[in-house]
Design a protein around this ligand. Sequence first.
Ligand SMILES: Nc1ncnc2c1ncn2[C@@H]1O[C@H](COP(=O)(O)OP(=O)(O)OP(=O)(O)O)[C@@H](O)[C@H]1O
Length: 701
Amino acid sequence: MVHNVKHTRIGLWDLYEDKAHAPARVRWPTDALPHVARMLTDVASIPACAPLLLALLALDLLIAIVPAIHLSYSGKLLGIVQTAVDQRTVDPELLVSVVVGSFLASVAKRLLPALRQRVSTPLNLRIKNYYSVHIFASMVRLDVPTFDDPAVQRQLEHSLPRNSHTSIAFTGVSTVLHVLTTAIQLVSQISVLQSILRNQPDGPLLAALSCTAAFFQWKSLHSSLLHDGVWVATTTNEDYKRAQGLKHTVNDPIHRKEIVASGIAPFLLAQYRETISRISDQAADFYELVDLKKDSLSPNILFQEFLRSLPEVVFVLRAVRQPTSIPLSLTSLHLITNTTQSFIDSAFNFVQQAGSISDRLGAVKQLYQIANIPNRVQVHTTKTNGDEPEDFRGIPFPENDRTFTHGISIEFSNVSFIYPGSASYALRHVSFKIQRGQLCVIVGSNGSGKSTILKLISRLYDPVEGTIYIDGIDIKTLRLADLRRAISVLFQDYTYFPLSIQDNIALGDPAHATDLSKIERAAQLGGADSFISRLPDKYSTYLEPPVKDHYSYQPEGTKGASGTYVDFSRVREAAGISMAEGGGGVGSRGISGGQMQRIALSRTFMRSVVSDQSVGLLLFDEPSASLDPTAEHDLFERLRMLRGNKTMLFSSHRFGNLTRHADLILYMNESVVVEEGTHVQLIKCNGEYARIWTLQAQAFL
Ligand SMILES: Nc1ncnc2c1ncn2[C@@H]1O[C@H](COP(=O)(O)OP(=O)(O)OP(=O)(O)O)[C@@H](O)[C@H]1O
């Protein structure tokens, strides 16, 4: 066990707490204050937010002092009653003013929170929108190794709103206002309490007794299992892990085809049953267990109710022992205990908030910090462009307004690479040179490092050793934005964005995103136009609806309470929602893998061939993996015709169509380039390339 780390077992979970490195329980995180000040300034600068913020502050202040005003009127009313009982006189004017005041205070008590809601709702929505752009901007700029880093993922998670109704910033603003108003509430209640207790000889004693009850209540709420600071909870229980795995297998639609086609449903069920029965009632989520433990009965909780009635008990005992000298009426007792209780509630609230305030203000700090997460892939700054955005720092490429009509040269000099978090080399001491305008094909077995070469050229990652030269310049010194504009790349694991087909293609060249004729031309070149034209919404089709429709809770087809069957067809028809997806998309399951690949290819054509002289290098990672032989043949023909003199680099498993035309073939095995040359040269060498070429050729004999 590591020194200073406390280990606790909670169900199947092991909780490790680092006492030594836990930050002290900071109630007022002063280092977050500059971010909080910035947040308030930013919020005030959102259109129409400044007046809303002021209105909210004013309402919170009123809400804070109205209870005290109400209490003070109750006190005055009590005084009038007592005078009436003692002296048999009532001051009618005073009575009317106190009754009216008390009435207005009670109306305000109800009205103000409703008004606050009217102000806070639009304020919350505006703040939420503003910070959603901030979060989007902070996330969209991150590069692959940074975004993949689990620590960065956790940092981002902390900055995302925990629920969709509110934002961290609004919670931060509310916290600041709340602290302010609770402090005012406390001060106003103390003054009322003081004025009530001033004329009551037994008042202080009863107030003190009311405090005792509240103190125990406070203590029991603070006996939480998880402490502030550094902790991690993990489970090593194989049954629990397996049960979760089985559950995800069944819950996730992605596995449904496999489950049905292979008939494994009964097996999965039996396995789940067996695993769950082995772990029985321990099969709980970590937080669930923590919550369950927290609810346990403590002596404090048992005594609380008794302690609450302690002032009344003392009062009765006094009345029994000295019936003639009771200095306090029953109503006074009630007022004192009520006032004390509401003071204690406010104080309790305040202390509790102070506890969570460090979390909330800390979250505001994180919200601002995500904008500054440093990218792993960095550009060396020249003297002239230190203040520019990250992507625009470095050497312009191409220099002196040159175009790439003759392509771009690439050189790898002793390049080695290990993926972050991986233990083995993906590339080892790789060196080669591709001249401007050449067609190069990288071939080799699975996992030999072909895709990795393309990823390093597009600077998704940087080598751990060696240098890559682009047109003779160290790639690390080039402006990233320029480099990315000069390269068009289609990755093997291409994705379909949850946007319309038109957007999916247009994103290949954002500069021409609204040019429908260019998009259609790119779709033709990618071989996607004919199937797109058969879709009901054509280029506006969403394959996956990004927004889910909401349905009432009764499951479709079941019998409702009135005996009729639940039928959504009429509301669906009125809303124009198609039955297939319930969201206006055809569903990615509705198109084939080859068709998906054609859309991805069209995206690449959008830039590299259709519009652009600024593209000098085309990278294709297995572009024909999902295409039928005719489509593959047509694609390569189109590519060779359209590329002009641009440099083209393919990664492929297939020998033939491409390799025969290649100016350079790199044959890779286990992270190393083992053979290089043209097809004729490599066949002549009679090495591995020749062996596999023969193997593939034989299949067609
Ligand atoms: N994101 C990643 N994280 C860790 N390791 C990776 C990652 N991507 C690839 N690798 C590993 O790097 C090595 C090279 O992978 P790469 O994808 O370059 O191979 P490839 O030749 O393109 O393979 P294939 O022909 O199967 O596409 C493999 O061992 C692979 O497991």
